[in-house]
Write a protein that binds this ligand. Structure first.
Ligand SMILES: [Zn+2]
Ligand SMILES: [Zn+2]
Length: 235
């Protein structure tokens, strides 16, 4: 058995990913309409054992409240639950960094990322380290973040934000709010730095996610990441 990763949507218009190890299924992010999630999974929503949400921005959480109401089990940072009005919801577990959550054959460990709101205030946002006891594979999921503080060993799959290419950004000509937005997302250069300083001895696949339509280039991202893994997917 091998880990399966499906990108239902990625980028600023909405994020949603489905992960399965053949036994347990996880939805990561629900930043699109629920009907689009159903369609993206060929209506097999019964295969979703847990929904992980990184942070409260709508492109990651659009139908979170709706899915909690429908009875899907969810895991998210405390501040995210508060922002979505889900703090005391019986289906919502509040993620604590470094604490492990077991869902079927997956062990899930949240860790903090570095993200901001457009007004410059901090936006609590978690990445997730997801290990499968069924396939003995280990997936790192990290978006939206300026950079990744933690280091990990033995990763087999990396889903990482590659939002923009530093060289494609003209720092002179962009408004302050846009600069702030860029500072709270990961560049290709920062993603490569992360890979360079990470144990990649077991790595099989890299998924570059949350790419900008105007400040990135899929071919260039692919070329930059290809040396690091046998399989590179630019979402
Ligand atoms: Zn986002
Ligand atoms: Zn965000």
């Amino acid at each position: 058995m091998k880990m399966q990763i499906k990108i239902l949507a990625t980028g600023s218009k909405g994020n949603c990913y489905y992960i399965s190890d053949g036994v347990t299924g996880l939805l990561i992010e629900c930043g699109i309409r629920y009907t689009d999630i159903m369609r993206g999974l060929d209506y097999n929503v019964g295969n979703i054992n847990e929904v992980l949400v990184s942070h409260a921005h709508k492109d990651h959480s659009l139908c979170a409240a709706e899915m909690a109401e429908m009875g899907f089990e969810m895991l998210m940072p405390e501040e995210t639950a508060a922002a979505l009005g889900l703090t005391d919801h019986p289906c919502v577990a509040l993620a604590v960094p470094s604490k492990q959550y077991n869902v079927g054959t997956f062990g899930i460990v949240p860790f903090p990322l570095v993200h901001y709101n457009t007004d410059g205030s901090e936006c609590p946002c978690f990445g997730y380290l997801i290990a499968s006891s069924a396939t003995r594979e280990k997936l790192l999921f990290a978006t939206d973040t300026a950079y990744i503080k933690n280091r990990f060993r033995g990763l087999t799959h990396i889903m990482i934000e590659v939002n923009y290419i530093g060289g494609m950004v003209d720092c002179e000509g962009i408004p302050e709010v846009e600069k702030r937005r860029l500072k709270s997302h990961m560049s290709l250069e920062t993603a490569v730095q992360f890979l360079e300083s990470t144990d990649l001895s077991a790595l099989k696949a890299i998924y570059a996610i949350h790419g900008s339509e105007t400040r990135s280039d899929r071919d260039e991202v692919y070329r930059a990441l290809a040396p690091y893994a046998a399989e590179v997917v630019v979402g």
